[in-house]
Design a protein around this ligand. Structure first.
Ligand code: 9WN
Length: 450
């Protein structure tokens, strides 16, 4: 593999760290960090995990505050909603009026939330906050924080294991593309394409995202109709998981969500050890999830991970960036690691462009690839970061360094954008985007050997 971009030099690194911290400061509300001004004006679940990991370098206090603020919105059944709404509930669609979370007896009183979840990165984030605590006072604070958060984290994992594993295969199931975090990914195309919306079943709604961002960067109206229909179906069941699992046309176990779930289950084991508890049940759960990822999601002929539709039992055919994320399993079979790295080295790296940027969320040149539309091709810093962490833990440092250099080059060129065109490096979506800043901080701060 030929290097495309230079590694950051020390002066550049310092300048980028200062700029990244300024983005997080601007998006701080006093209790949490919004993903971006305008388009995402509330607190999102997996964004908060990524942001806390960035803040753990030098601002562990705010990192802990915002994780706890998010978990105040946790439902009594353990479900952590993907959005905790702030005071202005009219500036985002779908807002609390759409979700009507109080249709569920499990929703918290007095806190407005959505009714679906997102990838459970939070135990990893909580552990990072504890790891970075330096002084004795910081260590005491971080331990007290873990003591408060651990039962909530464990309850979220129990919810995923109980309510979201209808077939008992040790994988968590998504009931909505928004739960995947990669909402508009081609990974869901076949399922969403097959979805039939009965006449009159789609509630009237108005998109607000297009007030902030070019429509060419965002999902189409047709995709939005499907998102809204699925969310309304879940809501109308009263957020009853048993009903939804029985009826939802979208019931998918994916490699990205489950690799993060397993990574966090390992982190829960470490947190249990720090608190003097027993890590063994978490370790055992993590290994069960890891085995299930390979057993259920590995496609042996194409030698890649795909999402499984639990309604029909078939694997969804589209290979996207989610196929690489099981690298987060430190014990992943070496043959599989080699296969993933082989794909990373060829399919996803555009052979014709001299200075393309890594890693596109969908193969450049694949029919349907779109260099700027939301999750259908652009580079995102969070998927880059997940791969960077996974590659480093498997000793694939050359690839990891290439991803870091590309991430730096993109931010240098376009700023802290939500996502980037892999061919031109142009920025798209929201601007002043928090996880781009936070995860760049982690990539620049984390020592080589860690
Ligand atoms: C819906 C906030 C969120 C991210 C998701 C990303 C996007 C929301 C939207 O923004 O989704 O949850 O309105 O498009 O897809 O991953 O958490 O940054």
């Amino acid at each position: 593999m030929r290097p495309h971009h230079d590694p950051p030099d020390p002066a550049q690194r310092d300048r980028l760290l200062t700029a990244a911290r300024a983005v997080l400061d601007r998006n701080w509300t006093g209790a949490s960090t919004i993903p971006a001004p305008g388009i995402y004006p509330h607190q999102w679940s997996w964004d908060t995990g990524f942001i806390a990991i960035g803040r753990s370098w030098g601002d562990g206090r705010r990192a802990a505050v915002e994780l706890e603020h998010l978990f105040e919105a946790q439902w009594a059944n353990g479900m952590l909603p993907h959005i905790r709404f702030g005071p202005d509930t009219t500036n985002y669609f779908p807002g609390p009026d759409f979700w009507q979370a109080d249709r569920s007896p499990a929703a918290p009183a007095g806190i407005e939330t959505s009714g679906i979840t997102q990838p459970p990165i939070h135990a990893v984030a909580a552990l990072e906050i504890h790891r970075r605590a330096g002084t004795a006072a910081e260590r005491a604070d971080a331990r007290a924080f873990l003591e408060r958060l651990y039962p909530r984290l464990a309850s979220m994992h129990r919810y995923l294991a109980a309510a979201r594993d209808p077939s008992g295969i040790d994988l968590a199931t998504l009931v909505h593309p928004w739960e995947s975090g990669l909402d508009n990914s081609p990974a869901w195309d076949r399922l969403l394409g097959d979805l039939e919306i009965p006449p009159g079943a789609l509630p009237a709604y108005e998109r607000r995202d297009l007030m902030h961002v070019d429509p060419a960067d965002r999902p189409t109206d047709d995709a939005y109709d499907r998102f809204v229909y699925l969310a309304a179906t879940y809501r109308d069941s009263g957020y009853d998981d048993a009903t939804i699992v029985e009826r939802s046309p979208f019931l998918v176990a994916g490699p990205l969500f489950n690799a993060i779930y397993l990574w966090s289950e390992e982190a829960l084991g470490e947190i249990a050890t720090i608190l003097g508890g027993d890590p063994a049940p978490h370790r055992a759960r993590a290994r069960a999830i890891a085995r299930a990822i390979v057993r259920e999601l590995w496609e042996p002929e194409r030698r890649l991970f795909l999402a499984r539709d639990l309604r029909t039992g078939r694997l969804e055919p589209e290979a996207t960036v989610i196929s690489f994320v099981p690298l987060l399993d430190a014990e992943l079979d070496t043959g599989i690691v080699d296969a993933i790295c082989g794909d990373l080295g060829s399919t996803m790296f555009h052979p014709a462009a001299a200075a393309h940027f890594l890693v596109p969320t969908y193969g450049v040149g694949t029919p349907g690839f779109d260099a700027r539309r939301y999750w259908r091709g652009p580079v995102w810093l969070n998927t880059n970061w997940l791969l960077w962490r996974g590659l480093r833990q498997h000793g694939r440092h050359e690839y990891a360094a290439e991803i870091l250099a590309s991430s730096v080059a993109l931010v240098e060129r376009a700023g802290f954008r939500e996502y980037f065109d892999p061919l031109t490096g142009e920025g798209h979506g929201g601007d002043g985007f928090s996880w781009t800043a936070a995860l760049l901080i982690d990539m620049l701060e984390r020592p080589d050997g860690e």
